[in-house]
Design a binder for this molecule. Structure first.
Ligand code: AMO
Length: 436
């Protein structure tokens, strides 16, 4: 008779059951050690693992002889305090049912004991994701998304979804993906930027979105993908960009607290910690950052872009000087920012949000004056007519506003100290990879 899966408990719950209690479990046979007269199976489910023991009077030894690792099984057995695992529980097998057998030739070692290169792991991502470390990463990522959403909803922000098929790019032509759309060429959205600003003109005042963005990145790096999850918010009636920074500070602190509270087990498994930073986070102007780097031997000029290596170095300098892993890089030279940024002279109201030596997000107070915005589009070498769908609304009453955009993938990577952004994404996309 088939085991009733509605009666199933998890491997974690077994630890709270008393000796002699009957239980039904289901999951994957992660390890099998069959010694002839006794056999051990490590059963893995979403919550963890438990040892199943088949004693010599177990009636289905024949099935165990044929069982391949990673097959899906359901079992019925009795809980018993394990002699090997101090205080832990195991389950003495009474019945076993093979639900779905696995091919015994596994292309990768799921436990991670035998190291496998990232490419091979990603080729076999469906198996790679069975490694409990990967489950832990995506549990944390899920809490991060929930925390961001929850924080902004409580602050009165409205969640939105904006188009991903667009007619003009907001973040520079170099990373636009063209798409054939009937008889025209259109593009995949690089960000929610122009639409979230139009929502400010619509009078929504506080909005956010968690959605995909696409960038035709040419190079392979540990922090860029061609498809990533963009978390954006926009806020009206700001006095200046510091109003945006204040929301980010409180939101980031909340994310760190929520991750610590909900994911203690996952952080332990991944061997990392997340410190809750103190507010306010330091604000370091772009010019000050150049001075700090030059004081440590750098050879940068004011106005230069700060590259990846210098950004890492700056993270170390700030940690030493301010004892914090988070800070804002503010007052960027306008030459380094996009057309929608508000400026005063050569200096913009654009900022980056830095964490553990890497840019997690950027944002700005936006230019809301129609004539200045149109002038900036032309100054940046773009065609004004391509953007009239976006600029025309500014003729009809645009409030002062600002906001920011952050990669959820990059945030997860940095929170968990992962080396490669691909580890924080289920099925990453890069210049070479579009499968699985
Ligand atoms: P920006 O282009 O700096 O700004 O992007 C914001 C954040 O998005 C993430 N990100 C990426 N993550 C993975 N792969 C990529 N190729 C990639 N590109 C960007 C990063 C980055 O910091 N509209 C502005 C935001 C704003 O001003 O509100 C924007 O998109 O974490």
């Amino acid at each position: 008779m088939a085991l009733d899966l509605h009666q199933r408990i998890t491997t974690k719950e077994v630890q709270h059951r008393t000796d002699g209690e009957d239980v039904i479990l289901a999951g994957w046979a992660a390890e099998i050690r069959n010694l002839g007269k006794i056999a051990f199976i490590t059963l893995r489910d979403r919550e963890g693992v438990v040892q199943l023991t088949a004693l010599k009077d177990f009636a289905q030894f024949a099935l165990l002889n044929e069982l391949a690792k990673e097959s899906v099984i359901a079992i019925h057995g009795k809980v018993q305090t394990s002699k090997q695992k101090a205080g832990g529980k195991e389950v003495i097998l009474h019945d076993i049912e093979l639900i779905a057998k696995s091919d015994p030739n596994l292309p990768i070692d799921i436990s991670g004991t035998i190291p496998t290169g990232l490419d091979k792991r990603l080729d076999n991502r469906f198996l790679d994701l069975r490694n409990p470390r990967n489950l832990a990463i995506f549990k944390v990522r899920s809490i991060v998304n929930w925390s961001l959403r929850n924080f902004l909803a409580k602050e009165g922000f409205i969640e939105m979804q904006t188009p991903k098929i667009i007619s003009a790019g907001a973040e520079g032509g170099a990373t636009l993906f063209p798409v054939t759309y009937y008889d025209k060429t259109v593009y995949l959205a690089q960000s929610q930027q122009l639409y979230k600003q139009m929502m400010m003109i619509a009078g929504f005042e506080k909005i956010f979105e968690i959605g995909p963005s696409f960038r035709a990145e040419k190079s392979h790096t540990m922090r860029h993908l061609t498809e990533f999850t963009h978390f954006d918010f926009e806020l009206s009636f700001v006095k200046d960009e510091d109003d945006v920074l204040k929301v980010i500070e409180r939101m980031f602190v909340q994310v760190c607290k929520d991750v610590n509270e909900a994911c203690a087990e996952q952080l332990k498994l991944l061997g990392t910690t997340v410190e809750v930073p103190n507010i306010p986070f330091p604000r370091i102007t772009h010019a000050q950052a150049i001075d700090l780097l030059n004081a440590e031997g750098g050879k940068l000029r004011h106005g230069d872009d700060i590259g990846t290596e210098d950004e890492k170095k700056l993270g170390d300098i700030v940690k030493k000087k301010y004892d914090t892993e988070v800070y804002f890089l503010t007052k960027f030279p306008y030459a380094l920012r996009t057309f929608y940024t508000m400026t005063h002279g050569d200096i913009s109201r654009g900022f980056d949000f830095e964490y553990r030596g890497e840019e997690l997000a950027s944002g700005a107070q936006r230019e809301h004056r129609h004539d200045v915005l149109c002038k900036q589009i032309v100054e940046k070498g773009l065609k004004a007519k391509d953007f009239t769908f976006y600029t025309d609304p500014f003729k009809f009453g645009a409030p002062p506003h600002g906001g920011f955009g952050m990669g959820v993938d990059r945030l997860t990577k940095k929170l968990l100290n992962l080396e490669n952004i691909r580890d924080a994404v289920l099925f990453p996309r890069d210049p070479e990879r579009v499968v699985p």
